[in-house]
Ligand binder design. Structure first.
Ligand SMILES: [Zn+2]
Length: 157
């Protein structure tokens, strides 16, 4: 999925879920994080071997789940039963910024899984649906459908 669609889809989902502009902005930043850490396919020292690394460890969801776990631990949450009733983003501490970044990265990975393959349980074993080709009209229609779905859910709830 193109970065603009990652940011739009993730931003709409984050805002629909949190109604918080700061968390939405952090989620949108996290929405390009997995691709950004891979480097550019065209320039710089990170371009060498980019194709073989693409959607590798940087797209491994358990990495971001582990970081969320560490952030919650630093926030004082030692078990899932201690999570606040409003969810993991309801705390007011600075850790929620990092958690929102990781949630954006997790949404990025889910969005990539509908247009290609991404790791699931292991970084080197990939799974995906490939509903459309990256950059195609179908990708933009998919992004529009997610935006409309979030809007419908928001006005109905
Ligand atoms: Zn990606």
């Amino acid at each position: 999925m193109k970065w603009i669609n990652h940011q739009v889809v993730t931003g709409v989902i984050m805002y629909a879920a949190t109604e918080d502009l700061l968390l939405t902005a952090c989620g949108m930043a996290g929405a390009i994080l997995p691709d950004k850490v891979e480097g550019s396919p065209r320039r710089g020292i990170m371009s060498w071997g980019w194709r073989s690394r693409h959607r590798g460890w940087s797209h491994w969801p358990l990495l971001y789940v582990a970081v969320i776990g560490l952030l919650l631990k630093w926030q004082g949450v030692s078990s899932l039963l201690e999570l606040p009733a409003g969810g993991i983003l309801s705390e007011t501490g600075p850790m929620r910024i990092g958690i929102a970044l990781c949630l954006g990265a997790l949404l990025h990975i889910a969005e990539d899984a509908v247009c290609g393959k991404v790791p699931v349980l292991y970084p080197n074993r990939k799974w995906g649906l490939r509903l459309f080709k990256v950059g195609s009209v179908a990708e933009y229609l998919f992004a529009l459908a997610v935006v409309l779905l979030c809007y419908l859910v928001k006005i109905m709830v």
